[in-house]
Design a protein around this ligand. Structure first.
Ligand code: KIV
Length: 267
């Protein structure tokens, strides 16, 4: 299995769907223009404008406070930086739960903002919302296992272990017309079972290596929070510590008069 070379044409929804069994899919969350440019240049298949921004950008304890307007704002920023990767945007809490009509109207706003697809949390109970969006030609990525918008019902961000439920949810999402499914926080055997039970790509986060692809949160991947590292996340850099060191150096230079030097000063 090889990865899509970063220089090829834009990744489309059909390309993404067709990758199952052919190559592993790489997804990273991104919330702004700079991140989108970096992710695009690095060759990821898709950038997910996740409502995890409620935690990693806004500092909330969960994603429930995130609004539709905020998600649209971040989606527009990402779209401007991503010329190749598929941009998928999360529908935030209470922007699709009320009715299928609500889900179509709100999901459509993300396509108008430039996203290629939306992500909707929930399995069987959200299948009619997913089907309504797909009927309106809005591509949908599903999300089963731990669905963070259900945090109050679940009593916390807990590993989900009901294999029958999770497989049934994934199959309902596929039957509703989704082109891919995120599986979050399940034991690897369930990640594998779901991956074999559906014909669309599964994108795991804390769901084991058998999934058709993986997604990581930007801040976790780059080690921006040295004091918080979820078990499923691998930090490929320690940018949090590096940023602190860089800013400490700047503080020192300003205070001792070393910065700005002649090279940073207009003649
Ligand atoms: O909001 C998000 O970033 C997500 C990913 C963790 C899958 O849904």
């Amino acid at each position: 299995m090889s990865s899509l070379p970063p220089t090829v044409r834009s990744v489309t929804v059909p390309d993404f769907r067709a990758a199952k069994g052919a190559r592993k899919l790489v997804v990273v969350t991104g919330y702004d223009y700079t991140a989108a440019r970096i992710l695009d240049a690095a060759g990821v298949d898709a950038i997910l404008v996740g409502d995890s921004l409620g935690m990693v950008v806004q500092g909330h304890a969960n994603s429930l406070p995130v609004t539709l307007g905020q998600m649209l704002y971040h989606t527009r920023c990402v779209v401007r930086g991503a010329t190749r990767a598929l941009v998928v945007a999360d529908l935030p809490f209470l922007s699709y739960q009320a009715s299928s009509e609500q889900s179509v109207r709100n999901a459509g706003k993300f396509l108008k903002a430039g996203a290629a697809a939306v992500k909707i949390e929930g399995g069987e109970r959200m299948a009619d919302r997913i089907a309504a969006c797909v009927r309106a030609d809005i591509p949908v990525m599903g999300h089963v296992g731990l669905t963070p918008q259900s945090v109050r019902k679940l009593g916390g961000f807990k590993v989900q272990r009901d294999a029958d439920r999770i497989v049934a949810d994934a199959q309902a999402v596929e039957a509703a017309g989704a082109f891919a499914i995120v599986i979050e926080s399940v034991p690897p055997a369930i990640g594998e079972q779901v991956t074999k039970a559906v014909g669309i790509p599964t994108i795991g986060i804390g769901a084991g290596a058998a999934c058709d692809g993986q997604v990581l949160v930007w801040h976790d991947l780059l080690g921006l929070y040295p004091d918080f590292r979820p078990k499923f996340a691998k930090a490929y850099a320690e940018l949090g510590a590096q940023a602190t060191t860089a800013i400490e150096s700047y503080c020192r230079d300003v205070r001792d008069g070393t910065f700005p030097g002649p090279e940073h000063t207009f003649k």
